[in-house]
Write a protein that binds this ligand. Structure first.
Ligand SMILES: [Zn+2]
Length: 243
């Protein structure tokens, strides 16, 4: 579904206004995050006043439902200290997208657990090493929460809309622009990030619709109906993920 944007807001998404946002900006980049908790908990955390301030432009839950929190032409506080090449301080020129996902998981007695000890069903877990290296990474678990096809497709559609509306030239992961301190969106997002990066390359080279979206479907494969009931609970136990 194509995402329509009017007056810097999605016309088909709920809008829950963040208490904290910065001044006006012209977005040239998109930064992808995972929420590190439930979507509901993340929205609650990202829209209330915090010191230091925390916010993001949108949350995409595991069913692909989008909630916007900051208009796309205003700064949100999602990237923190960040750099890539000559670029610094991504909050000033980027749209922050949070994907509902618990991030790294522990394996204990045959069960995959979030840092809040929530059990994640094995079909929603991938085994992978984070590509970043350094002291911070040596202690990380090898298991990561998978994204759903619905949220990946919603994210691709949203980014297509943002590329068309704002001429976005780069889509990056938080772990690319803050590699010493951030894990998100992590190894479970490898296919998604490849598709997203293709969107801006294709825009800049003016070539037609991408063909490789089918990889997302293949990646999701025979996923079952939402069997992980833990996913849809809305208790407020979201964690660090945005800043
Ligand atoms: Zn992040």
């Amino acid at each position: 579904m194509k995402q329509e944007i009017k007056d810097h807001r999605l016309t088909d998404a709920a809008f829950e206004e963040a208490a904290d946002h910065g001044g006006r900006m012209d977005p040239t980049h998109i930064v992808i995050h995972y929420s590190g908790g439930t979507a509901a908990g993340g929205i609650d955390w990202l829209t209330r006043q915090e010191r230091p301030p925390i916010s993001a432009h949108v949350m995409i839950d595991r069913k692909g439902v989008i909630t916007q929190m900051v208009p796309f032409n205003f700064v949100a506080f999602h990237a923190g200290r960040s750099s890539l090449g000559e670029l610094r301080e991504f909050n000033e020129f980027s749209i922050g997208i949070e994907l509902e996902n618990w991030g790294p998981l522990d394996c204990q007695r045959g069960e995959f657990l979030t840092y809040t000890k929530r059990v994640i069903a094995p079909e929603w877990v991938i085994e992978a090493k984070h590509r970043n290296t350094g002291w911070l990474w040596t202690q990380r678990p090898d298991y990561w929460h998978k994204f759903t096809c619905q949220q990946e497709m919603a994210c691709v559609d949203l980014c297509k809309g943002l590329v068309a509306e704002y001429g976005v030239v780069g889509i990056v992961g938080h772990d690319t622009i803050a590699p010493a301190r951030k894990f998100d969106p992590g190894p479970a997002s490898t296919n998604l990030m490849a598709v997203l990066q293709g969107l801006t390359e294709e825009a800049s080279e003016d070539v037609p619709e991408p063909l490789h979206e089918s990889r997302l479907v293949a990646h999701g494969g025979d996923e079952p109906e939402e069997t992980d009931n833990a996913e849809v609970q809305t208790e407020d136990d979201s964690g660090e993920g945005g800043g």
